[in-house]
Design a binder for this molecule. Structure first.
Ligand code: ADP
Ligand code: ADP
Length: 233
């Protein structure tokens, strides 16, 4: 079973049909790329999957069961993490504090960790993603865009995300940093997460994607598996 499924999902804002009849699956260990021009419905899709909006038609399923999240917290509690392009981290806060940001809202033993322990966890988790941050006490504003994306991804994985939704993670990055961010996407995929990669960039999508959805004016105009797109048959 896919972790998250949309079946014929539609969303209207009054009489604007932002999405119509959209179906897609998010599977463990796969990157599903969603491409489309401005106005295609990408943000609306993200909002539905991350609990900010309810769909107005069709069905969303989590682990095979129909589900509406109702709030971003509910989506997060179900293991759906969304990494927005620039809002993911608090720029002036240190790396390790960002990593544990919101932790005080979480239940369980992590609430009571001491600072040294939190820093160690942060360093280890970033290390697993191949990021070496020289000073965890420095504000994240001093890091590259690719590194900031990575911290947000590593944090989501550490706190139990099963699906990670990435909103244009490479849009503001140059060639080299895009490479860094794409490597983290592969790491998240290989860690067994289901990844939704929203992007304008078909090249970036092709580098990491297993599945490709193209939206146009709220409809799916292409739905292809990687195998469907290979040139050598
Ligand atoms: P994308 O992220 O691909 O640019 P959006 O999901 O933002 O697409 O928008 C899809 C369509 O829905 C557009 O026509 C947009 O103008 C419309 N839309 C998005 N949000 C709203 C809203 N809150 N109220 C009315 N129309 C909206
Ligand atoms: P929400 O839909 O939850 O209000 P959005 O971020 O989609 O949040 O939109 C922010 C504000 O801008 C809302 O008041 C929304 O109605 C309005 N808005 C966004 N996109 C459009 C659009 N394409 N047409 C009309 N209003 C829009």
């Amino acid at each position: 079973t896919p972790i998250l499924e949309l079946e014929n999902v539609g969303k209207s804002y009054g009489n604007v049909h932002a999405l119509r009849g959209v179906s897609l699956n998010v599977r463990q260990g796969e990157v599903t790329c969603v491409l489309g021009d401005n106005g295609a419905g990408k943000s609306t899709l993200i909002k539905i999957m991350s609990g900010l909006h309810d769909h107005t038609d069709g069905t969303m399923k989590l682990d095979g069961e129909p589900r509406r999240f109702g709030s971003p917290r509910a989506a997060q509690a179900s293991g759906i993490a969304t990494v927005y392009q620039d809002l993911a981290l608090a720029p002036l806060m240190s790396v390790w504090r960002n990593f544990f940001l919101g932790n005080e809202l979480r239940k369980g033993p992590l609430r009571t960790l001491d600072i040294a322990r939190m820093k160690r966890i942060c360093e280890d988790e970033l290390g697993k993603m191949g990021v070496v941050v020289p000073d965890l006490d420095r504000p994240v504003a001093g890091l590259s865009g690719g590194q900031r994306q990575c911290i947000a991804i590593a944090r989501a994985i550490y706190f139990g995300a099963r699906v990670i939704i990435l909103d244009e993670p490479t849009a503001a990055l140059g060639v080299k940093q895009s490479g860094v961010a794409l490597r983290y996407i592969v790491k998240a995929r290989d860690a067994g997460l289901g990844v939704i990669f929203i992007t304008h960039n078909p090249h970036h999508a092709y580098l990491v994607g297993n599945h490709f959805i193209i939206l146009k004016l709220g409809r799916v105009v292409l739905d292809a598996h990687r195998d469907d797109l290979t040139l050598e048959q």
